[in-house]
Design a protein around this ligand. Structure first.
Ligand SMILES: [Zn+2]
Length: 190
């Protein structure tokens, strides 16, 4: 196969060179009120790759990026923590053949971590792409949560832009007795 990034022959989704030079995750932190959001990549650095999101390649891309970022993060995080932590992905709906966020949360299954798959679903499926804050505020996602109550969770989304979606998700989870420790996203648009 060929590397998804440089298109040279490679045995894995990304060749070793791209993994080292281009796809080393770093942790970016953004604060939205009480909510801390950690992201692994700057959106503009992997924009070309993320634009394949709605193509068959996107499935491989999300899986490979999650293995490089979410997985090692959780392994390290849970080393220092002995309590049970849950993971809730935002709107794990199937679009273009797969649920993008589910590929990310799937890689977070390590010891003492339980993933609540497809438990926080949006009733409003309007696309936010290219839309401003005003539009996002006027068209809330209308989340419905039907997962476990009284738990501590890490909230997961693929991209954070204005934080509107994450804040709305936290509010709905709180109403269900769920405490969000922090949010993790693949990329941040800053
Ligand atoms: Zn490459």
């Amino acid at each position: 196969m060929r590397c998804l990034s440089c298109h040279k022959l490679s045995l894995s989704t990304f060749c070793k060179k791209c993994q080292t030079n281009l796809l080393q995750p770093t942790i970016l932190q953004r604060d939205f009120g009480d909510l801390k959001v950690y992201s692994f990549f700057k959106y503009q650095n992997i924009e070309d790759l993320l634009l394949t999101k709605h193509t068959p390649q996107g499935f491989k891309l999300y899986k490979a990026l999650a293995k490089l970022s979410f997985k090692p993060f959780m392994q390290k995080f849970m080393q220092e923590d002995s309590r049970m932590v849950y993971v809730v992905g935002i709107d794990e709906n199937v679009k273009s053949g797969y649920a993008h966020v589910a590929l990310l949360t799937h890689e977070m299954k390590v010891k003492n971590v339980k993933v609540e798959h497809a438990k926080l679903m949006a009733k409003n499926q309007n696309s936010y792409a290219g839309k401003n804050l005003q539009f996002r505020l006027e068209n809330p996602r209308d989340f419905v949560y039907n997962g476990k109550k009284g738990i501590e969770v890490i909230l997961v989304d693929d991209i954070v832009t204005t934080g509107t979606t994450l804040k709305e998700a936290v509010k709905v989870l709180k109403q269900n007795g769920v405490e969000v420790l922090f949010a993790l996203t693949l990329a941040s648009v800053v």
